[in-house]
Design a binder for this molecule. Structure first.
Ligand code: PLP
Length: 409
């Protein structure tokens, strides 16, 4: 008799976005003429930049010719891409990385979910609340948590509340934690941390020999000067942090799949005798065993993001989405909503009016304005009473959605 991994049974029945889809489908069935605008799921709508498409086509041609065909590539990514990443995403911000500290992958979702494998099962983890659910669920699946309580929080996870009172910035844990998930610019709140604020986390991690798992998937959306783009801009971070990046939201790769993870050689984890082991070597070991690399055409496409043309096209795309963010943020503020984010991130986090529950607001918004967003409660207990809208829609739909919220809600 095959036994189940009982950790999976601790997880709530449906993933947040399946529940949203269920409600939308039911509404559509009952209201077949409703013109629904979706500003819910964080998927992009703009096509791949032409420079990327050209590079991918060329790479596909190469794969079809005997002289230029390539089979398995290096599991950790081609050097031609890694060099461009270091040169463009890090060096201009004063961060030096070695080639073997960058691991190319097919997604930040998988990397953030898989990375916990390198840590002992007894580690205590801290996450902000609200949170991108992948960090929590992957640790639940691994057996690092206890059961879930009525508030939807798992035993043995330290939840760091991000509230209006603390400006949506997670407070340092009061007790010792070993693994710390931070995501800035944040999904879902859209907030960022300053260098000084990040430094407090780096100092905490150095004092406690913890590791910070820093998700910078939305780094390309930072508009304001002075906001750090990488945790490695903070002194000492190389000893205690790993950083996840993605081409998904930066360059429209959600359906193409390419991302990368930075693991500095200095970051250590310890065995029961106190001996240090390099996370970089462990991640290499893990990837070479469980992953066979990202396809050559996709890596060639990702490298084109850093060409002169590619950079220009990516910037235009980000400006397009950030203009949507401005339209949502300012439109909702004018309509009297309290709004967070949308300045350095493609997410707008709004407070539901009159303390309405976030699923109630979801239903009302769908019914009265035919607009679909994401209920804050889906991101954690402290997301209750909030709601997420994304700037990834088309301009036309974004404008129509804001107009409807202003006039129909
Ligand atoms: N990290 C965060 C915070 C995200 O919001 C998302 C996607 O929505 C991802 C990672 C996933 O990125 P990828 O498409 O590279 O898997």
């Amino acid at each position: 008799m095959a036994l189940v991994n009982e950790n999976y049974l601790k997880l709530p029945g449906s993933y947040l976005f399946s529940e949203i889809a269920r409600r939308v489908n039911k509404f559509k069935k009952d209201n077949p003429d409703a013109d629904i605008i979706r500003l819910g799921i964080g998927d992009v709508t703009r096509p791949l930049p032409p420079a990327v498409v050209e590079a991918m086509k060329k790479a596909v041609e190469e794969m079809g010719r005997q002289e230029t065909f390539r089979g398995y590539g290096p599991e950790q990514g081609y050097e031609f891409l890694i060099e461009k990443i270091i040169e463009n995403d890090f060096r201009p911000r004063g961060v030096e990385l070695a080639i073997d500290e960058v691991f190319v992958s097919d997604g930040a979702k998988n990397d953030t979910a898989n990375f916990q494998e390198l840590f002992g099962i007894g580690n205590i983890l801290a996450v902000s609340d609200p949170v991108y659910p992948v960090y929590v669920d992957s640790n639940v699946m691994a057996g690092r948590t206890g059961p879930v309580n009525a508030k939807g929080q798992f035993e043995k996870i330290v939840y760091l509340p991000c509230t209006e009172e603390n400006g949506m910035k997670p407070p340092l844990p009061r007790t010792r934690v070993d693994m710390i998930y931070l995501c800035f610019p944040n999904n879902p709140t859209g907030m960022t941390l300053s260098k000084e604020e990040l430094k407090k986390w780096v100092d905490y991690a150095r004092e406690n020999r913890s590791v910070i798992l820093f998700d910078a998937a939305y780094e390309a959306y930072i508009q304001e000067e002075g906001v750090p783009h990488s945790i490695f801009e903070v002194e000492g971070a190389r000893e205690v942090a790993v950083e996840f990046r993605s081409f998904s939201k930066t360059a429209g790769f959600t359906g193409t799949r390419c991302a990368y993870t930075i693991v500095p050689r200095e970051v250590m984890v310890y065995d029961s005798t106190g001996k240090a082991h390099s996370l970089n070597s462990l991640w290499l070991r893990r990837q070479t065993t469980k992953f066979n690399g990202v396809s050559y055409p996709v890596q060639a496409g990702a490298a084109a993001v850093f060409s002169e043309e590619g950079k220009k096209q990516v910037k235009e795309m980000i400006n397009y989405y950030m203009e949507n963010a401005r339209i949502i943020r300012e439109g909702l503020e004018k309509a009297g909503y309290k709004v967070f984010g949308g300045v350095n991130a493609p997410y707008i986090w709004l407070k539901t009016p009159g303390n309405m529950g976030s699923w109630d607001f979801f239903d009302k918004l769908m019914k009265d304005a035919n607009v679909v967003g994401t209920p804050g409660a889906g991101f954690g207990a402290n997301g209750e009473g909030y709601f997420r809208l994304t700037a990834f829609g088309t301009r036309e739909n974004t404008e129509r959605a804001v107009e409807r919220i202003r006039t129909r809600m």
